[in-house]
Ligand binder design. Sequence first.
Ligand SMILES: Cc1ncc(COP(=O)(O)O)c(C=O)c1O
Length: 370
Amino acid sequence: MTEKREYKDDYPEKKLYIPGPTGVRDDVIEAMCEPMFGHRMDRMTDLYTTIVEDTKEFLGTENDVIILTGSGTEFWEASTLNLVDENILVPTCGSFSERHANVAERLGKDVDRLEYEWGQAIKPEDIREALESSDKHYDVVATVMNESSTGVRNPIEEIGDVVAEYPDTYFVVDAVSSLGGDYVDIDEHNVDVLFASSQKAFAMPPGLAICTVSQDAYDREVGKDSASWYGGFQRCIDYYDRKGQTHSTPAIPIMLAYRKQMKYMLEEGHQGRSERHREMAEYTREWAREHFGMFPEEGYESQTVSCIENTQDIDVAATIEQVSEQYDMVFSNGYGSALGEKTFRIGHMGEHDVESIKALTDAIEDVAGL
Ligand SMILES: Cc1ncc(COP(=O)(O)O)c(C=O)c1O
């Protein structure tokens, strides 16, 4: 039984180095403090068309963009309902890809997992082999770009090129913890559906899911007997085309924050943001290898979250607690009971830079006596 813990007014401010949510700029937070307006007013059309078109420009995609109230999880469900009649292939390499498979199962789909040990990356040749050798037709191959539980960045570009060889198989990418911090050319690599959450590398408050949809994926849903209502591609995109608005009442304050932050993102650019994240990831890896080890298979380390192997057997939970108390910085333990103390994770995403990551690693060195 969970008991009520009364929310207080005076929590100390903590700098976040977790794999999301990430810190949000002050003026982006302030952008939310506007008197409320109606979601059918012209002002809403101005706001929604601005954030949708700015996002398309930032991502450099010709595909449609949906920005929906909810979190990335919504598009695990919606993409499955919209595209899969029967069979879906889900390579699993950690907790989030396993959850993607689980969602599809709960929706009654026939799920084939291609299982990798945690820490290993999904290999394009295995996808080809699975598509070629199976006597089933897969409607979708669903791949996580950045497996947040293990810090693995999967080669989705090469996987997309493989899936492109199978024209009736749609390629769905969970880019929740990497989009905005790790460049991906969506159109070049046949990504039919790619989704993310606002609270990760976009450095916005949580509450919005972003999804890109190819014309093929849209047409596929139109030709299907059933699909998601809330996350239906057709409903969301047609509403946008007709009215420049969302089909139901959105989280307007978060969209105001989105508008402000997306302007910063456009200034820096998709590639520029990716480059800054690459520098942070390289710094963190170097530090980790000096003191510990990296958990992911070499060559597939994430650009937004480093999963570090606890080779020194430090007390991860106590170190996190002390760094938080003494430095007001929060990083993450390993994922779940299997990796909880065996690894720890540093989220270097959003608005951080090498200097701010170094402040954290200095704090860890101090507290853990490295
Ligand atoms: C890779 C990945 N996919 C999906 C999710 C779920 O996203 P959300 O919590 O925004 O629904 C997460 C959350 O951490 C994630 O890291």
